[in-house]
Design a protein around this ligand. Structure first.
Ligand code: ADP
Length: 254
């Protein structure tokens, strides 16, 4: 078993998930679209239990990124209700958004790193914003970056690094604050199989200490290798595919 730096962390759930909170995420009949365009998602109903681990799968254009945008409150649904951390997101004030977003780690497909900050400073940012003591920040960030294979690049600026290296910085930044919910959009899209596995172990370690994980991926080999259930989007519908050994498709909500 590969132990990542996350295995030394406390449980995310004890801090971030309120007592008795049965569902971290609940979608009821949710619809989403962009501007005046057609509905991209419609009639979406599902729940995510705290501490669960799901792959989000489906063909390109099925709406995986759109579903993640709804989850990190970057897109408002045009129908239905979304509950996140036991709150109806329609009732969340703009002023409350930063505090709620701090509980969500996001790995964006386009990384969104700050180009004039070093790899180390990019990853340290969420800890510094949260007021962590500087003495702890450096060692913790350096350890995590080493674990994802970037020990020799702590002081490098993102534009000088490869896509795969930038992706690993983005992942380290998303997990460093031990979020309640981790959302990752194709987090292994730019790395080789060995690094992809290492990143999956990192996500699993984070999950073991309480983080609920949703990973959107096209990588069928990776999905087949791990036992986690899938939320599968196809033809506008969401299917739940149970984790191994069952592999039967069950329409979500049925
Ligand atoms: P996936 O992540 O599964 O590839 P997306 O959620 O990116 O799917 O896209 C779902 C649909 O929404 C596609 O038809 C896509 O063209 C459309 N779409 C995605 N983002 C936007 C956007 N910013 N503006 C307009 N349409 C969009």
């Amino acid at each position: 078993m590969v132990r990542s730096p996350c295995s030394r962390l406390g449980r995310a759930g004890e801090i971030a998930i309120g007592k008795g909170q049965a569902r971290l995420v609940r979608f009821e009949d949710v619809a989403a679209r962009y501007g005046q365009g057609p509905d991209v998602l419609t009639g979406l109903s599902f729940e995510l239990a705290p501490g669960s681990f799901h792959f989000l799968t489906g063909p390109s254009g099925a709406g995986k990124s759109t579903l993640l945008r709804l989850l990190y409150l970057a897109l408002k649904p045009v129908g239905g209700t979304i509950h996140l951390f036991d709150r109806d997101v329609a009732t969340i004030a703009r002023s409350e958004l930063p505090a709620i977003r701090r509980r969500i780690g996001v790995v964006f497909q386009d990384f969104r790193l700050i180009s004039h900050l070093s790899a180390l400073d990019n990853v340290a940012l969420p800890l510094r914003v949260a007021g962590a003591r500087e003495a702890q920040v450096h060692d913790h960030v350096a350890e995590l970056l080493s674990w994802v294979g970037l020990a020799d690049h702590l002081e490098d600026l993102p534009p000088t690094l490869s896509g795969g290296q930038q992706q690993r910085i983005a992942i380290a930044r998303a997990v460093i604050g031990r979020p309640s919910l981790l959302l990752a959009d194709e987090p292994t899209g730019n790395v080789d199989d060995r690094i992809a596995l290492r990143l999956m172990y990192l996500f699993e370690e984070l999950n073991k200490v309480g983080t609920t994980v949703v990973i959107a991926t096209h990588n069928d080999a990776l999905v087949a290798r791990f036992p986690h259930p899938q939320l599968h989007l196809e033809d506008g519908r969401l299917y739940r595919i149970p984790g191994r050994p069952l592999a039967k498709r069950v329409r979500a909500g049925e």
